[in-house]
Design a protein around this ligand. Structure first.
Ligand SMILES: CC(=O)N[C@H]1[C@@H](OP(=O)(O)OP(=O)(O)OC[C@H]2O[C@@H](n3ccc(=O)[nH]c3=O)[C@H](O)[C@@H]2O)O[C@H](CO)[C@@H](O)[C@@H]1O
Ligand SMILES: C=C(OP(=O)(O)O)C(=O)O
Length: 439
């Protein structure tokens, strides 16, 4: 879709929508299927761009992927026979997933080639931890102009690894590389996000032996062979929270079918503290604006079990509608407030700061990054033409336009399809007033 949305704001979003498998889990489970000797079945798979990109990527390497059109993917890795260099660039798309193919491809083929990575432009996003991890396991890493070439003619072996920061991707890199490596791996400083625990569950179903300790330490005993898995993907807790914030911004009430309390506890606490109403049920969560005013908040993003950085942008829009001064300290990415420029243009009062405006000084305080925000509310939002900068920033612009007085044109909306399944159908179901127009 190269189109734009023309949104007339001011209509409270009301109704029910369903959220399926998580963007930040499904592609990784698809990569894990490469480690198996038999086909895997992944259920609850959403129709989003990142799934399409990874489908093309694994298919390029010989995995036969069958989508039943109802959310079940079968991935058969029995014909993965050679590393691909040509064409792979075109298949990398906007996603950062290609770097996670390294371990499985090195195990299966002894070599791998990784093109330049995509993903949201929210900081530098280096891959030094990934490369150090792979080198630790015995991979030879060669940087070329077109990407990174890796080889491990004698296979990968277990290693002791300590991450300088609990990186989600680097933890997944260790898991996907160590499960079939020779010997034992000890990972210190691991990330423990629910998406990672779900990946560990998939690997355990495949035959891996992984022990998670309480202090960010994970032990993996390498096994020679893994089989395929059958798994239902966890619900996308970022999408669910985004719709929760949309209910606050528009003064509406949204039942998010599939939303899972245990994965969203930190968000639910923050939602309630700002004055939102919750009805937490077995089959989903109702997020409502109770009427009256919202409370300002002090929020610090952090690794799990902290407040997710990917929840931050839609929440900031909601905080523009709270009565008083809110502070948001972003400690995961150094450059994740770019989206606030458009909000200011819509009337929001947001000041950005280089200091750590939170209880915990973070890595970015000394290095001069703009990574804290003071939001003074309540400020009515007025319509504006906006271009989507990245996935979560884009969704936050969308809900700002939905909460604003007047008509906004939002361009670049195809980026939102990276992580929000059929979002225009969902907006329609919630009663939003918009038209799809030419960009
Ligand atoms: C596809 C996917 O799952 N994306 C999620 C994943 O991204 P991703 O796995 O890329 O994020 P990381 O957890 O790795 O990044 C966290 C921090 O570590 C730094 N870092 C990371 C790797 C590295 O080699 N060197 C390095 O310095 C990053 O720049 C960042 O400051 O986790 C992030 C943090 O929850 C989420 O915002 C992303 O939505
Ligand atoms: C930053 C995100 O994703 P990615 O790592 O895929 O760019 C996100 O989902 O908000």
């Amino acid at each position: 879709m190269t189109s734009a949305l023309q949104i007339t704001g001011g209509v409270p979003l009301e109704g029910t929508i369903e959220v399926r498998g998580a963007k930040n889990f499904v592609p990784k489970a698809m990569v894990a299927a490469l480690l198996g000797s038999t086909p895997s079945v992944l259920q609850n798979v959403p129709e989003i761009k990142d799934v399409k990109v990874v489908t093309d990527l694994v298919a390029l390497h010989g995995v036969e992927v069958n989508n039943d059109g109802q959310g079940a993917l079968t991935l058969d890795p029995s014909n993965v026979t050679r590393a691909r260099y040509a064409d792979i660039d075109a298949h990398a798309g906007d996603s950062r997933i290609p770097i996670l193919l390294c371990g499985p491809l090195l195990h299966t083929l002894g070599e791998a080639f990784i093109p330049d990575l995509g993903g949201c432009k929210i900081g530098d996003r280096p891959i030094n931890y990934h490369l150090d991890v792979l080198r630790n396991f015995g991979a030879k890493v060669e940087k070329l102009e077109s990407g990174i070439k890796m080889s491990a003619p004698n296979g990968l072996h277990g290693a002791k690894v300590e991450l300088p920061y609990p990186s989600v991707g680097a933890t997944e890199q260790v898991l996907l590389s160590a499960t079939r490596a020779r010997g034992r791996t000890e990972l210190r400083g691991a990330a423990t996000e629910p998406e990672i625990m779900n990946l560990i569950a998939v690997l355990q179903k495949m035959g891996a032996i992984i022990t998670v300790q309480t202090d960010r330490v994970i032990h993996i005993e390498g096994v020679e062979e893994l089989k395929g898995y059958n798994h239902r993907a966890m619900c996308d807790r970022i999408e669910a929270a985004s719709w929760g914030s949309a209910a606050l911004v528009t003064g509406g009430s949204i039942f998010v079918k599939g939303a899972t309390q245990s994965d969203m506890m930190t968000f639910l606490n923050v939602f309630r503290k700002t004055g939102g109403d919750l009805d937490i049920r077995d089959d989903g969560i109702q997020f409502s604006h109770p009427g009256g005013s919202l409370n300002p908040l002090v929020v610090e993003t952090d690794v799990h079990p902290g407040f997710m950085t990917d929840w931050q942008q839609p929440l900031v829009v909601a905080l523009t509608q709270a009565d008083g001064v809110s502070i948001v300290h972003e400690t995961v990415y150094e450059n994740r407030f770019g989206f606030t420029r458009a909000l200011k243009g819509m009337g929001a009062n947001i000041q950005l700061h280089r200091d750590c405006l939170g209880s915990t000084p973070c890595r970015f305080g000394q290095s001069n990054f703009v990574h804290s925000a003071i939001i003074s509310g309540r400020t009515p939002l007025k319509a504006k033409d906006i271009h989507v900068p990245d996935l979560r920033g884009g969704f936050s612009h969308l809900i700002a336009a939905l909460g604003a007085e007047g008509r906004s044109k939002v361009t670049g909306v195809e980026l939102i399809q990276r992580g929000y399944e059929r979002f225009t159908s969902k907006l329609e179901a919630l009663g939003a007033n918009f038209d799809v127009v030419d960009a």
